[in-house]
Ligand binder design. Structure first.
Ligand code: PGA
Length: 248
């Protein structure tokens, strides 16, 4: 699974160029049917979806947030609305949502409560630089994963391990450290959920076409959540190709 998180970036013009570049670089893989997704800002979902259909690409659309309710909630977008536009996944708990918009475990739980089991959730977890320096990584991740405790979760649940200090910085943990944390995440979720599902785990944080293969080689890395490098259609297609085991 390879997912682009465009954050608050994009324009109609950017989308046109991006799709042209992506289509030029992307190799269709017969061996692997990798889920490829883009989470643009809400306002571009419909436009992007129509452009993707026009050129027949197999890319799913998702969103970067969801409101747990509807009605008199100025600025909110509900689950029903995103389903109406055929969105396939939701990113929940991104560190920018936690840090800039003060999203708490309680808010995350409320969102998890309303998302049906057949919908793909990408739950983001990850420690800050300070927590990492204090060897708190596993404790922090366990606290963040506690929103899943005793839930009956969907087999399609995805967790993204995104160390905050690796996001947009060019710094990353060593691939073997990432692998160890991914194994830890799978074990924690499996033992704490009601139906003992081991989730898919993506790595996110400064993934680009140069370093992606180092991460994808690791046993417990099931794909990537990509910010900066996903804004370039060629780079993103190259990362998908690398994941699919093809040469650039
Ligand atoms: P980055 O962002 O690839 O720019 O580091 C990843 C993310 O925030 O999901």
């Amino acid at each position: 699974m390879i997912v682009a998180n465009w954050k608050c970036n994009g324009s109609k013009e950017m989308i046109q160029g991006w799709l042209k570049d992506y289509k030029e670089r992307y190799f269709f893989s017969k061996q692997k049917s990798t889920f490829v997704g883009i989470a643009p800002p809400f306002i571009y979902v419909d436009y992007l979806s129509r452009c993707i259909d026009d050129i027949n690409l197999s890319i799913s659309l998702g969103v970067q947030n969801i409101d747990p309710s509807d009605g008199a909630r100025t600025s909110a977008v509900s689950l029903g609305m995103i389903k109406d536009f055929n969105c396939k996944f939701i990113i929940i708990g991104h560190s920018e949502m936690r840090n800039i918009f003060h999203e708490t475990n309680e808010n995350i739980s409320a969102k998890l409560d309303i998302v049906e089991n057949d919908f793909n959730i990408i739950l983001c977890v990850g420690e800050s630089a300070e927590e990492n320096a204090n060897n708190q990584t596993k404790n922090i991740i366990e606290q963040q994963l506690s929103v899943l405790n005793a839930r009956h979760i969907s087999p399609s649940l995805t967790v993204a391990y995104e160390p905050v200090w690796a996001i947009g910085t060019g710094n990353t943990p060593e691939p073997n450290q990432i692998n160890e944390i991914h194994k830890f995440i799978k074990d924690v979720v499996q033992s704490s959920t009601d139906n003992n599902i081991s989730p898919r785990v993506l790595y996110g944080g400064s993934v680009n076409e140069k370093n992606a293969s180092n991460f994808f080689k690791e046993e417990f890395v099931d794909g990537a959540l990509i910010g900066g490098a996903s804004l370039n259609g060629k780079s993103f297609a190259n990362i998908v190709n690398i994941y699919n085991g093809k040469k650039i």
